[in-house]
Write a protein that binds this ligand. Structure first.
Ligand code: S3P
Length: 170
């Protein structure tokens, strides 16, 4: 088994705060922030919404696994897309990078946070609340299984979440 890296890896549902907390952690550690979604956007010259529209979710998942494989293992914060836990092969890749942190939040909070944007193709549908509920129920056990540490962000500020993670990684 290959050795685990030192990158701090953030997983969780859309709206869990992976990017925002990632930025806070990057400032605290002075490590760079990498995001699988941004890597895909840069590689293909498409926003995530346009990628889904042009190529579909299947191709997105392939691009996402490739982006994950390319993330650095050391002195970096890695923020992932909410669906990263769907492909079993991604779980080993996550673990190889370093400690995997699950940012958890209750369903109502997640819905409020994702309702502020038009950027999530999976929720640009007739009944986003019901879809969020279904996807969350499907994914919750996957996030738990992948995580070394879980932070419930529902009642916490971004700096509080970042500090809890820093305490865990030591
Ligand atoms: C997705 C989450 C998004 C993005 C894509 C698919 C998902 O990332 O990767 O829209 O399947 O949950 P965020 O979790 O950063 O919104």
């Amino acid at each position: 088994m290959s050795e685990r890296g030192e990158a701090i890896v953030l997983i969780g549902f859309m709206g869990a705060g992976k990017t925002t907390v990632g930025r806070a952690l990057a400032l605290l550690t002075n490590w760079p922030l990498y995001e699988t979604d941004m890597t895909i956007e840069a590689r293909f010259g498409l926003s995530i919404a346009d990628f889904f529209a042009a190529r579909g979710e299947g191709e997105f998942r392939v691009a996402e696994s490739k982006a994950l494989e390319e993330m650095p293992r050391d002195r970096a914060i890695v923020a992932t897309g909410g669906g990263i836990v769907l492909r079993p092969e991604n779980l080993a890749a996550l673990k190889r990078l370093g400690p995997v942190i699950y940012l958890e939040a209750d369903e109502k909070t997640l819905f409020t946070r994702v309702s502020n944007g038009e950027t999530r193709p999976l929720l640009k549908i007739a009944d986003p609340r019901a879809t969020l509920s279904r996807l969350l129920a499907e994914r919750e056990p996957l996030y738990r299984a992948a995580a070394d540490f879980t932070v419930n962000t529902t009642e916490l500020t971004v700096p509080e979440v970042a500090r809890a993670i820093m305490r865990f990684v030591g």
